[in-house]
Design a protein around this ligand. Structure first.
Ligand SMILES: [Zn+2]
Ligand SMILES: [Zn+2]
Length: 220
């Protein structure tokens, strides 16, 4: 656990990796997601707005770069449990979308983190990614969506519980009327959190709401 303080190790396999967060071998084994359902992130043989199996969503399009699989999964887990601190500063480097994808938004906002989680883990992956993406077009990431009720950990829950857990959980800390908004997260699983965020934005007049998640688990 503490070895990375003394020598940089690969977040995937734990071998020495002085150049980057992943060694060359692990970097090669990252599971890029090129064609997928733009609603639920399920891998497909064609790029499609919907796969026909996912529920309708309040956001317009989903963008992602990777399947949530090793070695990225290992890195994100290490960050989540706060013992892969070096990794978090490299998350932006993993984004593969062309910069033009991110240029048309008025607001880039991270998915809000859990308050108590925030205390335990001062830096949140969604914040780091949102800051990186906003920076690509000279903007600042804005914490537009905030939690108004304490919710339990999504990853501990089953799909139906996840939807209930986040229902009515969010509110806005600013204006989004007529704006194009990009919501940013590190992992997209069932999509119930970003969907709930998108709902709040659309109700408050957002013109367009897209989602960028660094990785998608690829389940419905
Ligand atoms: Zn490695
Ligand atoms: Zn789908």
């Amino acid at each position: 656990m503490f070895s990375e303080i003394f020598r940089p190790v690969c977040a995937g396999c734990g071998e020495d990796s002085p150049e980057g967060i992943f060694c060359a071998e692990c970097a090669d084994s990252l599971r890029s997601l090129k064609m997928f359902c733009r609603t639920c992130g399920h891998p497909l043989n064609v790029d499609a707005l919907t796969c026909g199996f996912c529920p309708s969503r309040r956001y317009d399009r989903l963008f992602t770069d990777y399947l949530y699989a090793p070695p990225l999964k290992e890195l994100l887990k290490k960050i989540k449990f706060a013992y892969g601190v070096r990794g978090i500063f490299h998350l932006g480097e993993l984004i593969k979308q062309p910069e033009s994808v991110f240029s048309g938004y008025d607001i880039v906002t991270p998915v809000p983190s859990h308050y108590t989680r925030k205390l335990r883990r001062i830096i949140h992956p969604a914040d780091v990614l949102a800051r990186h993406i906003a920076g690509l077009s000279g903007k600042q990431s804005e914490r537009l969506i905030i939690r108004r009720k304490k919710t339990g950990y999504q990853w501990k829950l089953k799909k139906k519980q996840r939807i209930r857990n986040v229902s009515g959980a969010f509110t806005l800390s600013g204006e989004c009327s007529g704006k194009k908004v990009l919501i940013v997260d590190d992992i997209y699983t069932t999509g119930s959190t970003v969907n709930e965020c998108a709902k709040v934005l659309k109700i408050n007049g957002a013109e367009l709401v897209d989602v960028y998640a660094l990785s998608c688990s690829g389940y419905y």
